[in-house]
Write a protein that binds this ligand. Structure first.
Ligand code: SAM
Length: 211
């Protein structure tokens, strides 16, 4: 089962999958031939206990109304659980990623503080958390993917692929982009983030919860 499946970008194609996605807009964008998709919320999965071999959730838990309830539901209906999310605590993530730390102070209250602690989320599935390092040339386009390619965030297309920008609103987005552009041309960004430029992979707080 793929919970908060969206368009199904991460669904395995080599096994039988049931997707769960509450948004009709997202469901409508699922490609022909994608796994069947049930309209439901993670917090109330319409399935019997232990009726799936495994349940996955990718980059969706921070959108849920009640992440702990949703994670418990995944555990209830599946024998194994794997969740890709982030550690929203200050040391885990907020202060690690320059984009949210230096350019998007709104992130803290609008996104990070809405997420339970990593310990509580891990407990909800009865599992463990593993760090997921992001390679400098990450082929994916999620929020943190361009940590060593800051110019990418000036590109409207790059930003539109990540829902977080919409959540922050156009004013915060424009301000962050303008200041980042200035800092890149003045060399301030490079000066502040000199340590990152020597890294091939970075721990920016992304975590895989496994049970
Ligand atoms: C950033 S998208 C990720 C989609 C997909 N997992 C992916 O990585 O391509 C987040 C998804 O979570 C869904 N979502 C929001 N609230 C949800 C909830 N309570 N239960 C399940 N999914 C939810 C949204 O509709 C959206 O499709």
């Amino acid at each position: 089962m793929n919970v908060g499946a969206g368009t199904g970008s991460y669904e395995p194609v080599d096994r039988e999958v049931t997707a769960v996605e509450p948004s009709a807009v997202m469901r409508a964008q699922r490609p022909a031939g994608a796994a069947p998709c049930v309209a439901a919320y993670a917090e109330h999965l319409p399935f019997e206990d232990q009726s799936f071999d495994a349940a996955m959730a990718f980059s969706t838990v921070h959108h849920w109304q009640d992440p702990i309830a949703g994670l418990r539901e995944m555990r209830r209906v599946a024998r194994r659980v794997v969740v890709f999310t982030f550690d929203a605590s200050a040391i885990g993530w907020r202060e690690r990623f320059w984009l949210s730390r230096d350019y998007l102070p709104e992130f803290d209250s609008l996104v990070a503080q809405q997420l339970p602690s990593l310990a509580d989320m891990t407990r909800a599935i009865g599992g463990r958390a593993e760090p997921v390092l992001i390679p400098w040339d990450c082929a994916d386009g999620f929020f943190e993917a361009y940590w060593r390619r800051p110019e990418a965030y000036l590109d409207e297309h790059v930003r539109r692929a990540v829902s977080v920008w919409t959540k922050l609103g156009p004013e915060a987005e424009q301000r962050a982009v303008d200041i980042l552009r200035d800092d890149l041309s003045s060399g301030r960004w490079a000066e502040r983030n000199r340590d990152l430029l020597a890294l091939d992979a970075a721990d920016l707080g992304l975590r895989l919860l496994v049970a």
